[in-house]
Design a protein around this ligand. Structure first.
Ligand code: PLP
Length: 492
């Protein structure tokens, strides 16, 4: 066996060769790739650690360096790092490397909780850009470059800007315009593109944040591409980010024993996209078109689409900021029926055995990827048509205009009286939700998924947020930070 494997054959091929060789493992992991290692034994064959012939992710110079370079070539950034702790790790490392202790950061309010967690660890002062609402749908719009520009005028000490694009619902922002606005002010742009690892890889797909000029871009391979859970990438480009510090944070935040099974999965995913991406995406686009054509017959259930958005925008002269709507997110809305998102989600699961990604007040999200089969697309279309038919017969009741409170973004925004870190390190007590107005949150209250906070530690509970929390619970949505007895943690 070579002293150092060449990455050209791929990480999985190198692992398989080692598994099939006669090398005896006097090294970790403790399962020793034994067939007798319990119920999971069959999975251990290629699970090794940094042994001769392989590489060290923290100082990659062999097979893992080549694998990361392969990912880098596919995406076209200047440098790409493998992450075995998901986008969570990439977001933490990105934020922590650009904003030091106590510094200021501008973030879109709908950022994932990992951004907030980085802010706690780094004791940051957060300023929020609140994306507007796409009224038709009751979901967050994209981020406006002008809005970011204005915020940076008001908060010139922010070290960087963090936004999420695409959102959990597939709304893609115009990253090029945002990057220009951020760079004009000489700040750093971090794009949490966890849900967009597939973007920009094939013709016809929205371009990605790397092409848009963001300084740091985080991709969960596992969310939208064929790769194992936890696998993700961090891309960096330009001169603004201190890469030495970024690498040091990655070393601190990633395990010292990264899983070769995961890394082989990342490499296999990249190779798959290199070799088959174009044809796989073209197939997906065809399936999407057929799906949309079929479900157009639905009267009450509507799939969110870019084309309709553009029409509405023209008709209503509404200012919107979404640049694209990712076809990998089927967002099924039911704004004019008595059915809510959770009920549709439950019917799809219980009656049709179709497991959706998430339910919200008035919609359900299905994630579709290049790996979805014709059957998968068809079963969902057929189920929606049948359910839509039943809504008409059994429960059709127009409640348009009675929109739920959580759809109304006239809500009073929570006021922060301390930083998230100050609240996190304060004395705490639990109080009943009904008694929480005026109290300062010591923990997050998140809608899960996607894990976007309604209330951040250090913010004061107000009537509007309370109503939104209570309504979400009534609708059967998962609200993290509220105990089953209806208590939340506040500063005392
Ligand atoms: C927008 C966004 N960013 C980051 C993450 C974290 O990703 P991961 O699960 O890969 O750590 C998520 C997870 O859902 C997410 O929705």
């Amino acid at each position: 066996m070579d002293r150092q494997h060449s990455g050209n054959k791929g990480v999985y091929a190198a692992l398989s060769e080692y598994r099939d060789s006669d090398y005896y493992p006097y090294h970790m992991p403790g399962h020793k790739r034994s067939g007798q290692a319990g119920e999971m034994a069959g999975y251990y064959g290629i699970d090794i650690t940094e042994i001769d012939g392989f590489d060290n992710l923290h100082h990659a110079e062999g097979i893992l360096l080549e694998a990361q370079q392969r990912a880098n070539r596919l995406y076209g950034a200047e440098e790409t790092f493998y992450l075995v702790g998901g986008s969570t790790c990439g977001v933490l490392a990105s934020v922590m490397s650009v904003a030091g202790k106590g510094e200021e950061l501008l973030i879109a309010r709908n950022c994932h909780k990992s951004v907030y967690h980085a802010a706690i660890m780094q004791e940051l002062q957060l300023h929020y850009y609140y994306p507007s609402l796409l009224w038709e749908y009751g979901i967050y719009d994209g981020v406006s470059a002008d809005g970011i520009d204005r915020m940076l005028e008001q908060k010139p000490n922010c070290k960087a800007v963090v936004i999420t694009s695409p959102t959990y619902e597939g709304i893609v922002s115009d990253i090029r315009a945002i990057a220009e606005a951020v760079h004009r002010k000489d700040k750093i742009l971090i794009v949490d593109e966890a849900h967009g690892a597939h973007l920009g890889l094939c013709k016809g797909m929205p371009s990605n944040a790397i092409a848009g000029g963001a300084d740091l871009v985080v991709h969960s391979l596992h969310k939208t591409l064929p790769a194992m859970t936890q696998t993700a990438l961090l891309h960096v480009q330009g001169e603004r980010v201190n890469r030495k510090r970024l690498r040091r944070y990655l070393t601190m935040l990633q395990t010292s024993s990264p899983s070769y099974v995961m890394m082989a999965s990342m490499d296999s995913c990249i190779r798959y996209m290199e070799e088959h991406g174009a044809e796989a995406f073209a197939r997906m686009q065809r399936q999407y078109d057929i799906f949309c054509k079929k479900t157009k017959a639905c009267r009450y259930l509507k799939i969110g689409k870019m084309t309709e958005m553009s029409q509405n925008k023209n008709q209503n002269r509404q200012q919107t900021y979404l640049a694209e709507w990712d076809i990998g997110k089927l967002v099924i809305f039911m704004r004019t029926t008595s059915l809510n998102g959770q009920q549709l989600y439950d019917i799809l699961r219980e009656e049709y055995h179709l497991q959706m990604e998430m339910a919200a007040g008035n919609y359900v999200v299905a994630i579709m990827t290049v790996m979805d089969t014709e059957e998968g697309w068809q079963r969902l279309a057929d189920a929606l048509l049948q359910i839509d038919d039943r809504i008409e017969k059994e429960t059709a009741r127009q409640i348009a205009g009675e929109g739920s409170k959580s759809d109304q973004y006239s809500m009073e925004k929570p006021r922060a009286v301390m930083t998230p870190a100050q609240a996190f390190y304060s004395g705490m007590e639990d109080v009943r939700l009904e008694e929480s107005v005026g109290r300062t949150a010591a923990d997050f209250i998140n809608l899960y998924p996607p894990g976007i906070p309604l209330l951040v530690p250090g913010e004061v509970m107000n009537e509007d947020i309370l109503e939104q929390v209570e309504e979400s619970i009534r609708n059967g949505l998962q609200v993290q930070g509220v105990t089953p007895e209806g208590r939340i943690t506040v500063v005392c």
